[in-house]
Write a protein of this length. Sequence first.
Length: 258
Amino acid sequence: MFRIATILNLAATLNLILMVGCATLPKDFDRPESYALTDTEDTHFGREHAAERATHPGKSGFHLLADGLNAFVARAEMSLFAERSIDAQYYLYHNDLVGKLFSHMLLKAADRGVRVRLLVDDMDFAGRDLEVFAMDSHLNMEVRIFNPFSRSVSRSSQFVTRLGSVTRRMHNKSFTVDNQLTIIGGRNIGNEYFGADPDLAFADLDVLAIGPVAQEISAVFDRYWNSEFAVPISAIIRERLSEQEVQERKERVYRWAE
């Protein structure tokens, strides 16, 4: 009896390995390289801090964002006054109040002609491919997923059969506007990180920075964005939305934000 159970367990394990082995990720797709925009001194934030740069050449300025609401407002204000680019990189990106408001911020900036690049780890995106695809469909917005899970088998099985590859996650968190201002620190995008959940007592810390450090963060973002692990959402999803469906999803976000 014991031998039969052992054989059955081995057979099930081999079958699982074969299933996941067949669930390979796409390799033949376009992943054009892009880099931070550097000619941004004549943007709103470039002009606003020109005197400080002249007074403190080569120096960076920092302001701690300990309060969750202030940390969100800082991102919203930066997004509102962005003129050329927004580069956002996060590990977790929840589909909650803060997550939806953040998506709305990015889409509205893209509507104004701002180039938006969003790089998110795949850990928190289960079941949200079409939502993200709708954002990626915007002419001025591109979304890439870091080290994506295969969509053809369960995620839980991949933690077993792809141990060492699928477990390589990206914990970077940065929000950079016009290559002039950046926010880095511990906050992901979700209610608990910004004091928006009254049932959670959650503490975290960000820092708002200007000066050369912003360009350094942009360079780090570019390394991740152009790496082999950053896959365009359009290359991994199994479904597609029509242009009308994409527009309807965007309008839904706008109506909800209003």
